[in-house]
Design a protein around this ligand. Sequence first.
Ligand SMILES: Cc1ncc(COP(=O)(O)O)c(C=O)c1O
Length: 382
Amino acid sequence: MKFGTKAVHAGVEPDPSTGAIMTPIFQSSTYVQASPAKHKGYAYARGANPTRTALQKSLAALEDGKHAICFSSGMGATDAVIKLLKPGDEVVTSHDLYGGSYRMFKHVFEKYGIKFHFLDLTNIENALPYVNSNTRLFWLETPTNPLMNIIDIAAFVALAKKNKSLVAVDNTFASPYLQNPLALGADIVMHSVTKYLSGHSDVIMGALVVNDDNLHRDLHFIMNSCGAVPGPQDAFLVLRGIKTLHLRMDRHCSNGKKIAEYLAGHPKVGKVYWPGFADHPNHSIAKKQMKDYGGMLSFTLKNDSIEMATLLMESVKLFSLAESLGGVESLINHPVSMTHASIPKEERLKSGLLDSLIRLSIGIEDDEDLIGDLEQALEHVI
Ligand SMILES: Cc1ncc(COP(=O)(O)O)c(C=O)c1O
């Protein structure tokens, strides 16, 4: 099946007891057993729930993977991956990853004896001095949040294979429509399902997709033991969101391109970070590993002051000033004080995350209206 057909049909069967075309919301915490331990595949809903099972099948199909496991948030999914590790293990990751991932790695897991190296992974050479026999995991996020850097997944997979390490890719920004890390050899794909997969800003959820049966068994064990599972209502909403993922992504991408080009030509705008530009430092890798460039972009103002950035963010009318991304409505965000506030300034500046950086999640509205809104907001900027 091609992607759009999978988005509509994968994992979803008419309900056998009623014929309902939509997967029912199985709002049940436990399941009656015919005799002890004899059941129909569902015993207690932390372990498995039929609405969640349908969603997991759909997610696995979208990523061309064998197994998917859903979690109560993207961070819950990431937490499960790091719990595969033991004290003394080391992780190579990037220095401009999502602030919440940085916070978890640094402030939750470092004290359990796991070592994280936060590096500029846009050039694989930078990672080489940090790879050793303790390197158990490469945690890649590409495109990165919020600077839209691109990391060469296939190149890191080759390095990891030589070192017998795992590669996990946070594929949230691209969505499975634009990028499939398992096909490039990665071991684990992580999604903040909250974003494009759900698509309507009404759910918090995460997911992992893998091919390897043993890895699936271990991650499922962690999920069931630690219990960060989502509820069936949310699974239903995401199943519904996924049916239009391909249509939404096409519009996010075309709007993203128009807005990136508009901002790049604006006299008050400094730098625009968008991997679709031919002069983006890793444009050729983005072109190789992504189907299109997505609806996320960031920019600075020529007048690089936090006051002007704030004025712009207070002046937009159609864009909503809010955290998160990937929904149908356009959002504007100030990473330094919002999504990335947990990253210390020295660490931020190393990756070029300036005080005045503004991040946009471009929705699926009409591009003329979005550009008109930015135009009027930029008029306030001196
Ligand atoms: C790239 C990325 N990864 C992970 C997360 C965390 O996901 P969640 O908010 O669903 O826990 C986010 C949230 O913004 C994100 O942007």
